[in-house]
Design a protein around this ligand. Sequence first.
Ligand code: AMP
Ligand code: MG
Length: 350
Amino acid sequence: MSYQQTEVWCVDKEDNQLTSHPDIQQAGLWIKKGEVIAFPTETVYGLGGDATNEEAVKKIFQAKGRPADNPLIVHIGERAQWHDLAADIPEMARQLADAFWPGALTLIVPKKPSVSNLVTAGLDSVAVRMPDHPVARALITAAGVPVAAPSANRSGRPSPTKAEHVRRDLDGRIAGIVDGGASGYGLESTVVDCTGDEAWILRPGGITKEEIEDILGKEKVRLPGGAPADAKVTPKAPGMKYRHYAPDAPVYLLTDNSTENERQMNEAKRQGSTIAVLASEERRDEFSRCADVFLSLGSGSRLEEVSASLYDTLRRADESGVDIIFCETFSREGLGLAIMNRLEKAAART
Ligand code: AMP
Ligand code: MG
């Protein structure tokens, strides 16, 4: 599928009449007619299509180059729409929705037969999220249908946190982009599988493990690869096998050992490689000595700054043309768990 032109609509997320805004109305109408449109959310930019229209769903996979066995998240504007998608809403899912919707939390629940297997990649469950971004909410309302929307990047690339990232990856491959400024968290939603007796965090994200434990109790919450007890049951995490979130240049993670860090960077330079270092503002002096390019991730004591800037900074590191990217690592508490999850995927060689 190719388009002579990808339409771009610029809207102000502070506009309190977004739903009736002519640009949102038009973008919503295009979704209803089966086109795919990128839009901002409080996590990252999504690429949305009518979840009830298989042709539209196919366009999403095609535009991204996404493998067909990686299911999509369905976005809803109103809680009532959940009942059109879910065969059953387990108590844990209801509690989490009460606490965190609208918000950066995706809940996996048993699906209704009417939900297309293309959306769920043949699984008998469906992933649903009600976003908390005025532009996303207005667009879903204008479309009048549940909107299937993965991140609006080419598969394998870092997720887009700005409309310009979407344009770089998908210009000419999608009908339009609603530009509503930078997204919020800058990392994808937390995905929680609520189909069993325990809640499995399949992907850490904007809503933290600690926040989920506060609602359900620690004993109900599981993290694959977490505590040894968790190894007993492996939940289905279909999208997790793919290389994700990666820039083109190889990414290496720095450790707490500064002598070792310096040794690695010097070794890379001796071999003729140019290097970028991505690190917190607090460590600028330490790292800019060895780096060809230093890119700040914001304050390391405010992880929301790190998460909001991470993907943009990975993309900018690539654009600077360096051969190797080194990146600081962070504690796994709170948002740190999601940040480290994405960094480890960016650094994975397979
Ligand atoms: P993305 O749309 O790129 O943000 O990724 C969506 C994530 O949700 C992927 O990692 C999928 O594997 C996961 N996901 C979506 N639907 C399901 C489902 N029914 N069961 C398990 N994981 C799912
Ligand atoms: Mg994605």
